[in-house]
Design a binder for this molecule. Structure first.
Ligand code: GSH
Length: 211
């Protein structure tokens, strides 16, 4: 049985959402963060030496890392649904946005964790802030061109990107006022029954940050 080990308020919400979109059978195991450190609890860390969420188990397989898990589930249980094949005209868009999420956007937002808006900056801090801002500009521009990251349909590129635009803002604040296309996109995502049920199952006490 495919088991999704979900750490509360974390990137593993992506995997719960993926399973709900695909409508595949899975078991959900929830773990709360340590109340003091806010890190994963020891029983989560014991699942795999990496110790970070998400992690899935599936028979003998123990797999961390969002991108790897998404590809594994789509390949093994999703019949390729929510991915874009190499012959499709939007294949490159799909690949770019899928990898941009954790390859560029997440690291740039993580460097902004703890930053105080309006505080005096060193040249390096200013550089980091501008680089973080440029990713939001790029995302807003893309969502003005297409309803979903890879084009007309929701794909795994959306599944991996949405956390960065929503729950991640609990850790690195970002006002969406300047990004009308992101706001419209998040409204579309929030209206999806699979997204709604994933959020209720994974984080019943959290209001998704969709605006
Ligand atoms: N690149 C990894 C990052 C995983 C990661 O850093 N997860 C965070 C949650 S958002 C985590 O596990 N934090 C708790 C901890 O490190 O104990 C992935 O996408 O799976």
């Amino acid at each position: 049985m495919l088991t999704v080990h979900h750490l509360g308020v974390s990137q593993s919400e992506r995997i719960v959402w993926l399973c709900e979109e695909l409508g595949i059978p899975y078991e959900l195991k929830r773990y709360d963060r340590d109340p003091v450190t806010r890190l994963a609890p020891p029983e989560y860390k014991a699942l795999h030496p990496l110790g970070t969420a998400p992690i899935i188990t599936d028979g003998e397989v123990v797999l961390p890392e969002s991108g790897a898990i998404i590809e594994y589930i789509i390949g093994r249980y999703g019949d390729g649904r929510l991915s874009v094949g190499p012959d499709a005209p939007n294949y490159a868009d799909y690949l770019f946005w899928f990898h941009f999420a954790n390859g560029t956007m997440m690291p740039r937002q993580m460097r902004m964790m703890g930053a105080q808006p309006g505080a005096e900056e060193t040249p390096m801090q200013r550089f980091m802030r501008e680089r973080a801002e440029s990713t939001w500009d790029l995302v807003d521009q893309r969502l003005g061109e297409a309803p979903y990251f890879a084009g007309d349909e929701l794909t795994a590129a959306d599944i991996i990107m949405v956390f960065v635009l929503t729950t991640m803002r609990a850790f690195a604040q970002r006002d969406l006022a300047a990004y009308p296309n992101i706001r419209a996109y998040l409204k579309r995502i929030g209206a999806r029954p699979a997204y709604q049920s994933a959020m209720v199952k994974g984080d019943p006490n959290m209001t998704p940050a969709l605006s």
